[in-house]
Design a protein around this ligand. Structure first.
Ligand SMILES: Nc1ncnc2c1ncn2[C@@H]1O[C@H](COP(=O)(O)OP(=O)(O)OP(=O)(O)O)[C@@H](O)[C@H]1O
Ligand SMILES: [Mg+2]
Length: 262
């Protein structure tokens, strides 16, 4: 059983107010893999996470997670949303991280020793022990992403949904965070789905791609998805994929819309 995909979507369609966002999409996600979702702004990447989190219903088709329908408060999932408003939030990192746990438990408070145990564990997993006593307002962008990652780990999830955790990070912090996330897949047997607009920093690490554009979805290995044929079908337009083997940079050029980097 453990080789079954942890997510299986079969011809799903998603819309808001009768406006179709994704149509007839099928894909699966295998356990213990690093997956990335790519696609232009507004293509439905975050919406797909909402479906997996049980926050948005599909119109048709079938989607199963761990063999079940998506449901709210699923403890098997850790989630970092695309953006958060921290203004006016004056919390220590430790308290902020534990919100993730207390949230799951609907306000149930943990004993001090259990809290400390969880905090140490998750901060260790993100190499962020030194952040424990800081205030959430004092953190740099990179440190904040580490704290978000730690918070998403408090319920010991099997699957992490990370919505653009790399945006606003410089290359050094981006690589640091990516290595941490890749380590969670390798050492902690987690499955990761990460949304990003820039594939290049992650190209060598990632196992599978889910590409959404124009209401369509393609998924598979890098070679299966990131080629002119598949991307031209997605964009309904001629797409050139140029790979620079030396720098590992991938440039995707779309006719009509100018150059587009992923
Ligand atoms: N609650 C909502 N009600 C109505 N339309 C919505 C809602 N949420 C998102 N949309 C629309 O659905 C489409 C997909 O949105 P989504 O946030 O999933 O895109 P995305 O791929 O994550 O984009 P980005 O890269 O900008 O984050 C967009 O056109 C958006 O305006
Ligand atoms: Mg989004």
């Amino acid at each position: 059983m453990s080789n079954d995909p942890i997510i299986k979507a079969d011809r799903i369609s998603i819309s808001y107010n009768q406006k179709n966002i994704i149509r007839d999409a099928s894909f699966s996600v295998a356990r213990n893999t690093f997956n990335v979702i790519l696609g232009p702004n507004g293509s439905g990447k975050s919406t797909l996470f909402k479906v997996l989190l049980g926050l948005k219903k599909i119109d048709s088709g079938q989607i199963k997670l761990f063999g079940d329908d998506p449901k709210k408060g699923n403890k098997l999932i850790g989630y970092i949303p695309q953006s958060r408003d921290l203004e006016g939030i004056n919390l220590r990192v430790s308290d902020f991280i534990l919100l993730g746990y207390d949230g799951i438990k609907f306000g149930f408070r943990l004993s001090r020793s259990k809290s400390n145990h969880i905090l140490k564990k998750v901060l260790n997993m993100v190499d962020g022990q030194y952040l424990m006593t800081k205030n959430i307002n004092q953190l740099s962008g990179g440190e904040l992403q580490k704290v978000y990652l730690a918070q998403s780990l408090v319920g010991s999830p099997d699957l992490l949904l990370l919505d653009e955790p790399l945006s606003n990070l410089d290359i050094k912090r981006e690589n640091e965070l990516l290595n941490l996330i890749a380590g969670l897949v390798q050492k902690n047997n987690l499955t990761v789905i990460l949304i990003t607009h820039d594939l290049n920093p992650i190209y060598d690490i990632v196992d599978k791609i889910i590409y959404i554009a124009n209401k369509k979805l393609a998924s598979g290995t890098k070679d299966q998805v990131l080629n002119s044929k598949i991307l031209s079908e997605l964009y309904d337009s001629k797409v050139e994929v140029i790979k620079d083997n030396q720098s590992h940079k991938l440039i995707i050029g779309i006719e009509d819309s100018g150059e587009h980097h992923v």
